[in-house]
Design a protein around this ligand. Structure first.
Ligand code: C2E
Ligand code: MG
Ligand code: MG
Ligand code: MG
Length: 291
């Protein structure tokens, strides 16, 4: 932990021409060794039905248990893994662990959907749909339970191959979600061509939405658009009860955010699902009327 903070401090002080902080420069070998050493673990963050307060699905988020640095978030390694072409292995290893967790949940009578973030780099590979399909079948789960989350990609060079993979995944029954909607460059074109079933509006439009008229206007239009296109809409990054109340009043069906549930490890997920908890309490406690 100390090493990491001093490392980050060093990087922060370094001159940079981009807004992004410098990434730690792990080599391909470091990353492969970490993958082989099972240092990656899925965390799970619930998506909550805003009518019932119940979780409908959990999103798989990668965590690296670094032997020296502690638990590292995806911002520290995803981009590097894409560059070194080891991101497919990460997705595979997270899926295997998550699907076994899904089986455990189902055995306890807690059937819940799982959503996995899949990099455009992985989706460019024409082998991806059959690989993911085979993994899910091997685990005895059905593809209808799994959502593929993909972020908008500015690269039109790979548009066709990504489109082909997503279409084949959709044909196998997977749900397809456009993640961080509004942050990319060609969102509207993507919406008209990709086989999406869900739209996740980026956290930046949700933060302080109650006091930012422009965010609220954008949110309302996106909700309208999603309804017209028959897409389920998810608002991500809900942190306050004011935001929750506002989002619900706009008619958004599903929410995600620290207020509704933080990312958690497998053990905590199972406890969480077994607790039969409901957010109705949260809604009432904060004076938020049921819809
Ligand atoms: P994302 O898919 O948009 O996931 C949501 C991110 O926002 C997660 O960060 C989550 O912890 C965080 N978050 C959720 N609710 C709140 C909130 O209320 N407030 C704030 N401030 N943050 C919230 P995380 O886990 O650090 O992941 C960051 C991004 O890394 C993800 O964004 C996703 O794009 C990417 N990622 C994570 N796991 C994977 C993976 O296995 N494969 C790929 N390709 N990308 C991944
Ligand atoms: Mg996501
Ligand atoms: Mg997102
Ligand atoms: Mg995001």
């Amino acid at each position: 932990q100390h090493l990491l903070s001093s490392y980050l401090a060093t990087n922060a002080a370094a001159p940079s021409h981009t807004e992004k902080p410098c990434l730690p420069q792990w080599s391909r070998n470091d990353l492969v060794a970490a993958l082989n050493g099972n240092q990656f673990e899925p965390y799970f963050q619930p998506k909550i039905d805003l009518d019932t307060g119940m979780p409908t699905c959990v999103e798989i988020l990668a965590r690296w248990h670094h032997p020296d640095l502690g638990i590292l978030p995806p911002s520290q390694f995803i981009e590097l893994m894409e560059q070194h072409k080891v991101i497919d292995q990460l997705t595979g290893c997270l899926l295997v662990q998550s699907l076994s967790c899904a089986k455990q949940c189902a055995a306890k009578g807690k059937d819940i959907g799982f959503a996995i973030n899949v990099s455009p780099v992985t989706l460019q590979d024409s082998r991806t749909p059959s690989r993911i399909g085979a993994l899910v079948r091997e685990c005895g789960l059905c593809s209808e339970q799994i959502t593929i989350e993909v972020t908008e990609t500015a690269s039109s060079k790979n548009f066709t191959s990504v489109l082909e993979s997503l279409t084949r995944l959709r044909m196998q029954g997977f749900e397809i979600s456009i993640d961080d909607f509004g942050m990319g460059y060609s969102s509207l074109q993507l919406l008209s061509q990709m086989p999406f079933t869900e739209l996740k509006i980026d956290r930046s439009f949700v933060t302080d939405v109650c006091s930012r008229a422009k965010s609220a206007a954008i949110l309302e239009s996106v909700i309208h658009l999603a309804e017209k296109l028959n897409l389920r809409i998810v608002a991500e990054g809900i942190e306050t009860t004011d935001e929750l109340q506002f989002i619900r009043s706009l008619g958004v069906g599903t929410g995600q955010g620290f207020l509704l549930g933080r990312p958690m490890g497998q053990k905590n997920l199972i406890h969480y699902l077994e607790d039969e908890f409901s957010l109705e309490g949260v809604f009432q406690m904060d004076g938020i009327p049921p819809r």
